[in-house]
Structures are given as structure tokens and as C-alpha cells.
Design a protein around this ligand. Structure first.
Ligand code: KDG
Ligand code: MG
Length: 412
């Protein structure tokens, strides 16, 4: 059997998604996620113009060979656009393989290593009181881990900080959207690292006081600190026993994590913007991180992420796969199947998709008693309702821009 058709679906049920649909000559359909927040159409062109025509007629079961063909043969390797496109095809081929076997994908990846996946929710609040209300909502739903983000006095708007619904059901979409057909520019936010570094330990103190020592608390620094600022923050959070500090510095310069490690035992997580095992080489071999933050969508699919996790396993480093709303339900399912199978799973991020998104993507994964499970449907367990998808046309949408008080562009 062989690959007969490759279609690229773009839909915007609340936010933009890019989904590849591979159809085989015997009529099996596989889905893959190639969504790259704010750069979606670049991946669409890469797939439609450069990838799809080269794959028609190939053996759909040659997953590793197809991955290597897409990775090595174009000469231009890696990068977020390329690796999201590779990811989409790779997931679709795994989906087909598992559907043909009549098994949920995790069974082809070695079977379940656990009963379910420890999961963290996003709690945020403009004040510590609002944040605590939000956390109560998530704890009541069964979450044993929460990412906590809070407003900083003197800063109007911070990426990822909103007043979450106290019932813990609040959905937010970080990318700002244009009206259909209109052009748009990203929104702008102002940032002050000194104010943040002073304030964050008080947020952790306020949450620990309310919830005690057991609840796992995570925090995302969103690349905004210099190495010495990151070291200072990691050290100042130690008394509150954080589960991890994520993206404390921009990801490009791996060596700076040495400085953070020298000063602190706060566990570190990084990698949501990385896209290959090579991005992790120094971080893993020098044990500069504790958790890998990549998702299957941005790291070359199940094949790419599995490579990273096999390498990480040798060094005792665990997974903390990226699971925001811009990883589609298809990408989320890929993360869950791999997470269930690998031995060095750590924790899974879960930002539930909106009802609108879930009316287009029908999922089989479930959240119960604090654990996510990919479900038992053959394949990835996600279906795309193309008619429903067609009702939501693409709209330009961008993540915000971050500036310091003097107007200079800052990391975020
Ligand atoms: O597209 C960017 C988002 O996925 C990212 O900002 C979310 O930092 C994030 C997280 O940890 O989920
Ligand atoms: Mg993050």
C-alpha cells in the first residue's frame, strides 16, 4: 500500500490550526498537527508546495525512512517551520500504522508504562487572591500540579496572566486575533524584570500558605531573564519547593544554564521552542535541565520527540511535554500516547481546548482523577470534522511583543 493523497487543512475554531490528512491507497486516513503559532501559513506552504508532492506513492509504513527523507534530503535541516511540517507527516503515518494494527498508538510505542499521565493545569490571577481562587478550582477538579502565573504590581498586562475562572474552567487564547480578512499587528506589553523578581517569591509564599506543601507548583519565566537574573530567581524560589522553573532564560544559549545550576537546586525545564535533539545536546549531556519541554508538533513528530526522550533517558531527564492550546488536539494526542509509553515520562501540560475547537476535532483522550489518558481508540484517537472545520476560516493571529520600559524589544 502507499500514500495516495495528502491534504492540508487550515481551520480557525477559536484559534488557527494546521492539520495534515494523509490518505493511503487502501483508504486509511491519518492526521498530523503542523500548527506553528503566528506562522501557520509558512508551514502550510512548506507542506503543500514542497513536501506533499514528494511523498505520493511512497510506502506509508516506512515511517522512520520517511522522517529521515524529510529531515536530511532537503539539505536545509531543522528550524520550526521545517520541523512542524515533518511532525505533521510523521504523526499522520503513525496514526495510519496504529489504525491498521487496530490499536491505540501507545501500544505500537511499547505499550503503557503507567496507568495515566500526571498533568498540570494553568492557574493565573492578577492578584495572589485571584490566583488562589483559580488554584482551588483546579484542585477540586483533581489536579495535583498547577502552573502559577500572577500579575506584577506596576505592570498592566503580562503574557499568560488573566483572572482564571474560579471553577478552573477558564480558557484563554494567548494569540491576539484579527477580524476575518483584516490585517493585524501583535499587541505590545511592557516588562520590568526587577519588579517581577521582587514579586514572584511573595506569590509562591502566598500559594504555599494557602495550599500547604503537597501541591506541585510550576512557573514559566517565559525566557525573560538574563543568566544572573535567572540564577537569582531560581535561588529565591527554593524555600517554596517549586516542581520546576520553566524557560528562565532564552533558549538559544545553552551554556548559560550552567550558571543557574551553580546557584540553585530548583528543577529546570526548557525546550518548547526547540525542534530537534541537537538543541538539547549540551543541556542533556551536562544535566543542565530536569525536564524536556518539547511537543511532538514542534520537534519533528513522534519520531523526533522519541529520539529526544531516548537521549534524555540515558541522563535521567524526564518529559514535560508542551500542551498549550496552540498544540492542536491531534498534537496533544501524540504527546499523550508517547508519554504513556516511555519510561522517563515526568508530567504533561494541559490547557484544555475550547468547546469550539473540540466541535471540530473529536478527541478520545480523557482527564480523570488528576491523570490524562490517550484512550483506546485505534490510532491517535482524534477525528477532524472537515465540514465543521470549513466554517472557521483562517484569521491572522499573533502572540504579543514584549518591551522594556524604555521601549526596547525584550525576550518573552
Ligand atoms: O505559542 C506559544 C505558546 O505555546 C507558549 O507561549 C505557551 O509558554 C507556554 C507554555 O508553557 O505553555
Ligand atoms: Mg512555556
Amino acid at each position: 500500500m502507499s500514500i495516495e493523497r495528502i491534504d492540508v487543512n487550515v481551520t480557525s475554531p477559536g484559534r488557527n490550526f494546521v492539520t495534515v490528512k494523509v490518505t493511503t491507497s487502501d483508504g486509511i486516513v491519518g492526521l498530523g498537527d503542523g500548527t506553528l503559532n503566528g506562522r501557520e501559513l509558512a508551514v502550510v506552504s512548506y507542506l503543500r508546495d514542497h513536501v506533499a508532492p514528494t511523498l505520493i506513492g511512497r510506502d506509508e509504513s516506512a515511517i522512520e525512512q520517511t522522517w529521515q527523507y524529510l529531515y536530511r534530503s532537503p539539505y536545509w535541516r531543522r528550524g520550526p517551520v521545517t520541523m512542524a511540517a515533518v511532525a505533521a507527516i510523521d504523526m499522520a503515518l503513525w496514526d495510519i500504522a496504529a489504525k491498521k494494527a487496530g490499536e491505540p498508538l501507545y501500544k505500537l510505542l511499547g505499550g503503557a508504562s503507567r496507568t495515566g499521565l500526571l498533568t498540570y493545569a494553568h492557574a493565573s490571577g492578577t492578584t495572589i487572591e485571584k490566583l488562589n481562587e483559580a488554584i482551588h478550582g483546579y484542585v477540586e477538579q483533581g489536579f495535583g500540579a498547577v502552573r502559577i502565573q500572577a500579575g506584577v504590581p506596576g505592570l498592566d498586562q503580562i503574557y499568560g496572566v488573566h483572572d482564571s475562572d474560579p471553577g478552573g474552567k477558564y480558557e484563554y487564547e494567548p494569540a491576539g486575533r484579527a477580524d476575518a480578512g483584516a490585517a493585524m499587528r501583535p499587541t505590545e506589553e511592557t516588562w520590568d524584570t526587577r519588579a517581577y523578581l521582587r514579586h514572584l517569591p511573595t506569590v509562591f509564599a502566598g500559594v504555599r500558605e494557602e495550599f500547604g506543601p503537597e501541591l506541585r507548583l510550576l512557573h514559566d519565566g517565559h525566557h525573560r531573564m538574563s543568566p544572573i537574573e535567572a540564577a537569582k530567581l531560581a535561588k529565591s524560589l527554593e524555600p517554596y519547593d517549586p516542581f520546576w522553573l520553566e524557560d528562565c532564560t532564552p533558549g538559544e544559549d545553552q551554556a548559560v544554564l550552567r550558571l543557574v545550576r551553580q546557584h540553585s537546586v530548583t528543577p529546570l525545564a526548557i525546550g518548547e521552542v526547540f525542534n530537534s535533539v541537537y538543541d538539547y545536546q549540551t543541556l542533556i549531556t551536562e544535566r543542565l535541565i530536569d525536564y524536556v519541554r518539547s511537543s511532538a508538533t514542534h520537534a519533528g513528530g513522534i519520531t523526533g520527540l522519541r529520539q529526544i526522550m531516548a537521549f534524555a533517558a540515558v541522563y535521567g531527564i524526564r518529559s514535560g511535554f508542551h500542551g498549550p492550546t496552540d498544540v492542536s488536539p491531534v498534537g496533544m494526542a501524540a504527546n499523550l500516547h508517547l508519554g504513556l509509553a516511555i519510561h522517563n515520562f515526568g508530567i504533561q501540560e494541559y490547557m484544555p481546548h475550547s468547546e469550539t475547537t473540540l466541535s471540530v476535532f473529536r478527541t478520545s483522550y480523557r482527564f480523570e482523577n488528576g491523570l490524562l489518558h490517550p484512550g483506546e481508540t485505534p490510532g491517535l484517537g482524534v477525528e477532524l470534522d472537515e465540514e465543521a472545520a470549513a466554517a472557521h476560516e483562517y484569521v491572522p493571529a499573533y502572540l504579543p511583543v514584549n518591551r522594556l520600559r524604555d521601549g526596547s524589544v525584550h525576550d518573552w
